[in-house]
Each structure stands twice: as structure tokens, then as C-alpha cells.
Design a protein. Structure first.
Lengths: 181, 44
């Protein structure tokens, strides 16, 4: 329901997100309206969850009301159930295609490192190697020789090194989306 | 609220990184979960 700009801000403030935050801003609430979830009298969207299978069929729709809270574990269980029951084709989650020789450098007690690790885990990019420089100071030295900076998180792909967590997460999302389409 | 068993209406919306996301591009590839919420900075 917010604009793209507000979403970008919020995404940053919660440490970056590894899924798209969509803006149903203009025309306001049109997409929510098409799902019957736009509360016209209040001018806001309901807090609701819709699960669509890979065949484009709605498999679940529920609302907890604007002030309510979702039961995340219940939704996770629902996802597994729907995935199990679905008989059509689903792409196997490609594990980090396009990032074959990538290494993610992280350090302890660092929100940006945590965000990058969370994105790697959410995107099932198990083949992106993780090096914790807090445990391996020598790795930090290697990184410094490559980039001139002792900075983590960093994502190394061949000769290229990304140093901003937002860039790192975007790059992983891009690789993931690229491997699916 | 949309009925279970019905076809999900297609849409294309901009995401927080400026990319356009269209529901139908996931067809035959992935299940999709849509989390609607009133405003940013509110609980899940």
C-alpha cells in the first residue's frame, strides 16, 4: 500500500529483504481490490495472506484484520502442505546459479552480515561459500589485498567484489531470479 | 476475499528495487505467497 520509496526505506531499516516488496500505490489499492482485500472505508489494505500455486490457482486466502498478527508457523506448514499436494511442475530451486564461484565474507555481531547470510539462506544459495572473517583473520587480509578495504560483508564473484549489503543482496536475488526465468 | 480454487488475478507492480514483478511469470515455476499489509513499519 505504500509507495516504492517508502518500501525501499523500510527494506533497509529491517536489514534488507530478499523478496520483493510490491507497491500497490497507484492506482491506490487496485491490486488488493482485485483480490477483495482493499478496505475502501478505511483506505488501507487488509492484513491478509494469499497462497497461489504454480498453476495460478488460489490455494489459501485468510485475513487477520489490519491490526492482527499472522501466525507464521501455521503459514509455513500450509506452504509445505500445498507444495506436497501440488502435482504440476515446479522448478527445483536452483542453488545459486550464476554465482558459481562466489564467496560471501561475513563477520560476527554485524547486522549487515546477518542480512546477507539471511538472504543467502532464504534464496537457497548453499553453493555460495561463507567465510567468517571473525574466525579467519587471514581471510580479511586476502580481502584487503583484493579491495583495499577490510570490510565485511563482502561478496566476491571471480574478480568482482561487492561491499554494500544492499548490493550483495540485490546481486543474489538477481542471480536467483535469472536462474528461474 | 478471493475464493480458494479460483484463478489468481494477474498483476504487475513495481518492487522496492524498482523492478517490475508480474505474477504470471511464476506460472509453472514457483508457488507464490502474497502477504498483504496496511502500511510499512507495522507488525508482520
Amino acid at each position: 500500500m505504500d509507495s516504492v520509496f517508502c518500501h525501499a526505506n523500510w527494506g533497509q531499516s529491517i536489514g534488507g529483504v530478499s523478496f520483493p516488496l510490491l507497491a500497490d500505490f497507484h492506482p491506490k489499492g487496485a491490486m488488493a481490490e482485485s483480490y477483495g482485500l482493499y478496505l475502501k472505508d478505511k483506505g488501507i489494505t487488509d492484513r491478509a495472506t494469499v497462497i497461489i500455486d504454480a498453476g495460478g490457482v488460489v490455494r489459501h486466502a485468510s485475513s487477520v484484520g489490519p491490526g492482527g498478527e499472522r501466525d507464521i508457523s501455521e503459514l509455513a506448514a500450509l506452504c509445505e502442505k500445498i507444495d506436497k499436494e501440488y502435482s504440476g511442475d515446479v522448478s527445483k530451486p536452483a542453488s545459486g546459479m550464476g554465482l558459481a564461484d562466489a564467496t560471501l565474507y561475513v563477520k560476527d555481531n554485524c547486522g549487515f552480515s546477518r542480512a546477507a547470510l539471511l538472504a543467502r539462506s532464504n534464496l537457497h544459495m548453499d553453493n555460495v561459500e561463507v567465510v567468517n572473517v571473525s574466525e579467519k583473520p587471514a581471510a580479511l587480509e586476502t580481502l584487503k589485498q583484493k579491495t583495499g578495504k577490510e570490510q565485511a560483508p563482502a561478496l566476491q564473484i571471480g574478480d568482482q567484489v561487492l561491499l554494500e549489503s544492499a548490493d550483495i543482496i540485490s546481486r543474489m536475488v538477481e542471480a536467483k531470479v535469472g536462474s528461474l526465468t | 476475499m478471493i475464493e480458494v480454487g479460483s484463478q489468481a488475478p494477474d498483476f504487475e507492480l513495481p518492487d522496492h528495487l524498482g523492478r517490475k514483478v508480474r505474477l504470471s511469470t511464476f506460472r509453472g515455476k514457483q508457488h507464490v505467497m502474497l502477504l498483504f499489509y496496511p502500511l510499512d513499519f507495522t507488525p508482520t
